[in-house]
Write a protein that binds this ligand. Structure first.
Ligand code: PMP
Length: 298
């Protein structure tokens, strides 16, 4: 089996603390606050045909995530906005993934981190949009995780913070070990929340149902898909959804920057048949991300 090259061992350069540096030299010390105490926030964006989709919204969320954690980013939003394109150009990438990450440095190695500096890195790598509609329409299978999304007074749930992903990786590993592709996570009250890195929608009698994002990320893709559904006069119900309601849903799909719109065929004991509404929104979303100017307001 030929493994993909490790992410620290690639050609080219990435943006690190204000300038482009050789990819393999973009290193940080092991005594980094971000590594030990999860004082780190990040973004995941896609660049389509040379344009980063909803770039402004992603950069605004990065700054908001940092603000929530009390991390001061020593750049303006415009500088980070431009730096992402600089990093994409440096790698000559038209279609790929953009990963900005912000973390606290090594000046202090204890819980308190008042004197730490803030580091920012932006890496861009090749990741063409996966589009084989027939294969995609088969749908993926999700396990139901035992881990619950925490309450907003238990963790900074509105931030895209590294620490929130600990239970996502654990959930995903358990699901994969059982032959599933991903996991559905419930929230601290037992309502349906989201997948490990994507939001979720269900279809019932031609209408969409999606959980209220009151303890997990209100994803940018989620909001685009809701706007696309409204443009097609498909009603969208944003509400608390109990797991047992899945027995009455006909279609299901997950949405996110990486997942785009991905049909789901199975969640634990519940079965779905990816159908017309899923397919329509999957195609509308792909058209939308390739449009010169976004047609949907989020
Ligand atoms: N939830 C989680 C946990 C995620 O990691 C992501 C991906 N960023 C999403 C939802 C979807 O967010 P977006 O559509 O903004 O990528």
């Amino acid at each position: 089996m030929s493994a993909a090259p490790s992410f620290d061992d690639r050609e080219g350069s990435l943006w690190f603390d204000g300038k482009l540096v050789p990819w393999r030299e973009a290193n940080t010390h092991v005594l980094t606050h971000g590594l030990h105490y999860a004082s780190s926030v990040f973004e995941g964006e896609r660049i389509y045909s040379g344009r980063i989709y909803k770039h402004k919204e992603h950069i605004a969320r990065l700054f908001e995530s940092a603000r929530i954690l009390g991390i001061k980013i020593p750049y303006t939003e415009q500088q980070i906005f431009d730096a992402c394109y600089e990093a994409a150009r440096a790698q000559n990438i038209q279609d790929g993934y953009v990963r900005p990450v912000v973390y606290r440095g090594s000046e202090m190695m204890a819980i308190a981190a008042q004197q730490t500096t803030t580091h920012v890195a932006i890496a861009v790598w090749q990741w063409p949009s996966y589009f084989d509609p027939a294969a995609k329409m088969k749908g993926i299978r999700l396990a139901i995780s035992d881990w619950k999304r925490p309450a907003p007074d238990t963790a900074p749930t509105a931030a895209k913070a590294a620490g929130l992903y600990m239970i996502c990786t654990m959930s995903k590993h358990t699901a994969e070990a059982q032959g599933y592709t991903d996991a559905l996570m419930l929230d601290y009250r037992g309502y349906i929340a989201e997948a490990t890195g994507a939001n979720i929608f269900f279809v019932k009698d031609g209408e969409l149902h999606t959980p209220t994002p009151d303890c997990f990320l209100n994803g940018i893709t989620r909001r685009s898909v809701m706007a696309l559904a409204k443009a097609r006069q498909i009603p969208v119900h944003e509400r608390h959804i109990k797991p047992e309601e899945m027995a009455g849903f006909q279609e299901c799909f997950i949405v996110g920057t990486a997942a785009e719109v991905t049909p789901v065929s199975e969640i634990g004991p519940y079965k779905f048949k990816p159908g017309k509404i899923t397919e329509t929104l999957m195609n509308d979303y792909l058209e939308e991300v390739h449009r010169e100017k976004s047609a949907v307001e989020i």
